[in-house]
Design a protein around this ligand. Structure first.
Ligand SMILES: [Zn+2]
Length: 234
């Protein structure tokens, strides 16, 4: 058993260079085993590429069979509400989320998000229609869905900018979560009391800020950043 002299990671006996930092392995008491097969593929062609169309077909048939099975089951297990419609709607929503991006990779972020948010909005609209809940749909559900979509859009644009480190990505995600919670409480308050009285969302925001500050400190101090990078193999 050898360890990398540079990053300290444990190495397989067949490794001639460290797979993490590419430092050549040199251990006189344990020479590199050149005979045994490598524990992972070394050539790209060893792993056959997955066909996107095949994955899309597989996922589509899974969603379709779930929808069909629940629809048929509902015919036998009759209840006041057609519960299977909820499952069928959810399957359709998941299909919109997963399959079009698989088939059309060149779909822009904005179009994909627009598709996803529309799918959620339509699904919740149908539920509201079934439950006579148009009030809460227009007053609460739709604003929260749109706010969530806007947060994800801004976050995706920020994360896409240049090559973000894991630390700054986590910072951005936590920050967006805090802002989203304030927005959610705003819409809930407006819907219930027609007046904004922030309470629990401020607690969430405070926790997010408390989490962000150490992350920013670690990112700014080169010694700490290097320590984290080494320990977590970033
Ligand atoms: Zn190494």
């Amino acid at each position: 058993m050898s360890y990398c002299v540079n990053c300290g990671v444990e190495l397989d006996d067949t490794a001639a260079v460290c797979p993490l930092c590419q430092t050549p392995v040199c251990n006189p008491s344990c020479p590199v085993d050149l005979e045994s097969p490598k524990p992972f593929p070394v050539e790209r062609s060893e792993v056959p590429p997955v066909s996107r169309v095949a994955v899309a077909l597989l996922l589509s048939s899974m969603f379709l069979s779930v929808a069909l099975v629940c629809g048929l089951l509902n015919l036998f297990l009759r209840t006041e509400h057609a519960w299977s419609l909820y499952v069928i709607g959810a399957a359709a929503m998941l299909w919109v989320w997963v399959v079009p991006p698989l088939l059309a990779r060149q779909l822009s972020l904005l179009v994909r998000l627009l598709l996803d948010v529309t799918a959620i909005a339509v699904y919740i609209y149908l539920i509201a229609l079934d439950l006579n809940g148009m009030d809460w749909y227009w007053g609460l559900a739709l604003p929260v869905i749109l706010l969530g979509g806007a947060c994800v859009l801004v976050l995706s644009i920020l994360l896409d900018e240049g090559r973000r480190s894991i630390l700054s990505s986590v910072t951005l995600i936590i920050g967006t979560g805090g802002i989203f919670s304030v927005g959610v409480e705003y819409f809930i308050d407006q819907f219930l009391n027609h007046q904004w009285q922030p309470a629990w969302s401020l607690v969430v925001l405070a926790i997010c800020v408390a989490l962000i500050i150490p992350l920013i400190v670690v990112r700014r101090v080169p010694y700490l950043r290097e320590e984290v990078r080494r320990r977590f193999h970033m």
